[in-house]
Design a protein around this ligand. Structure first.
Ligand code: MG
Length: 250
């Protein structure tokens, strides 16, 4: 019988205690991803699909049927693209103008979105100690509406929407991280970026010389960890607790 060793791909897997961060680290600013890190992107998406179905109903399409198809196709993964086109095709509504429906998606402004449990309190506590940045891909109009609906905007000293620096600078491009570091006013190696997608958040932070922590929430929760992350936690609240504990030691 071999002894159980910690799984390197999931250092803090289900049922294990989150591990503390190495005490030699000096963290003087923290950067965060938005979607599936601070809140469940699927909550926003559900509202956006309802807005698309409503717009379609105005154009004479069966909105309820379209909504079922939109959600079914979207459940296959957000990277598929052409979701509205495919849903219209499935219900045989191929003669409908798609632009107003895409507009309904893009301009969807939710009144309220729900941050993950404990996030508003944890961010407020952290923001009282160190400057915080938000680094997010996606359409800046949509991303701004999400941040407003979450009510978290006041905690961030710096907000970087990578698309405002050109579409070719989406994560893992280092540029949005460099812009954040400059705004935070601390050296890159004193910043830790917290995000859910190893290939974007961990890889991008590493490319720009920041530390990173991976959180296993949202659509990409089952994706294996990237060894370049300092740690992997089940939630962003656990990640913030670990950063708090590290700073309290110093
Ligand atoms: Mg994300």
């Amino acid at each position: 019988v071999t002894a159980t060793r910690p799984d390197r791909t999931h250092p803090a897997g289900p049922g294990t205690e989150p591990r503390p961060l190495a005490s030699r680290l000096q963290i003087n600013a923290v950067s965060f991803d938005l979607d599936d890190t601070l809140f469940a992107q699927e909550e926003w998406l559900a509202g956006a699909w309802r807005a698309v179905a409503d717009a379609a109903a105005h154009a004479g399409v069966d909105g309820a049927r379209l909504l079922v198809e939109l959600e079914a196709i979207a459940a296959l993964g957000s990277d598929g693209g052409q979701i509205i086109d495919r849903a219209l095709y499935r219900i045989g509504a191929t003669d409908v103008a798609i632009e107003p429906l895409v507009d309904a998606f893009r301009t969807h402004v939710p009144d309220h979105l729900t941050p993950y449990v404990g996030v508003p309190e944890a961010l407020a506590r952290l923001a009282a100690q160190v400057p915080l940045a938000l680094v997010s891909d996606g359409d800046p109009t949509i991303q701004r509406a999400k941040l407003a609906a979450l009510g978290l905007g006041d905690h961030f000293t710096v907000v970087v929407w990578s698309d405002e620096h050109g579409r070719s600078h989406r994560k893992p491009d280092p540029l949005p991280f460099r812009v954040a570091v400059e705004g935070l006013g601390v050296p890159a190696d004193e910043v830790v970026h917290v995000g859910d997608r190893p290939a974007k958040d961990v890889a991008g932070a590493a490319a720009a010389g920041l530390h990173s922590i991976r959180v296993r929430t949202g659509e990409w929760a089952a994706t294996p960890d990237d060894d370049r992350a300092l740690a992997s936690y089940a939630t962003v609240s656990e990640a913030i607790d670990a950063i708090d504990a590290l700073r309290a030691q110093r």
